[in-house]
Design a protein around this ligand. Sequence first.
Ligand code: PEP
Length: 250
Amino acid sequence: MRKQIVAGNWKMNTTPAEGTELAKAVAELSKEVADNVSLIVAPPFTHLCSVAKTLAGTKVALSSQNCADQASGAYTGEVSARMIASLGASYVILGHSERREYYGETSEILNKKMAQAYANDLTPIYCVGEKLNERETGKHFDVVRAQIEEVVYQLAPEQFDRLIIAYEPVWAIGTGKTATADQAQEMHAYIRSVLAEKFGDKAAACPILYGGSCKPSNAKELFAKTDVDGGLIGGASLVAADFIAIAKSF
Ligand code: PEP
């Protein structure tokens, strides 16, 4: 059976003090979440240290939203995977559409970031997803296939064993417009088939999360689908009760 995972991407929201309060509330409510559901929160870099302390001893794991593509050195403003791991984070979100779109992250850059993540024992949550015009012109499967072939296919099989994928249609992120459960299932099954072409039976064990305006009111229907193993949650992860309600939707 695949892991069920709900991960919260806080993006560039909250001060460190507000983040600590949010993490406390999530940790407290996480006691209501089934043991087989893994919870992850991804605060901004500036909060990792304090949120790690808040989450110590709870079932909520810590992720960063990004990491540098280099190990260390003269890269002003960057934060390395080693620094992130040393603060107690276990995951890193890579390839988020906002990083691809606003910060020009290409597959070449993402391959370097993936290497840094694995070298420092961070599990990548690798995001894929098409833009609205790509879906409307029927290119969505090809776009997602390319995002997988260019990055995930470069992994060694034992690295792939530790990968989480998030399918996030760009047109659904922060728009309030969610993919239907059938659209999500169709793409998740496709992603799993593309993974199986390269990694064979291992693809059946890879968690594939849905992201894009997932909220308490639609999580149940999405998570009921065979290939939807949980969610990567943006806006709704900033409200502890909503985030936990989503995690209770399996
Ligand atoms: C995200 O950006 O990862 C995301 C899913 O955002 P939202 O839930 O706000 O659409």
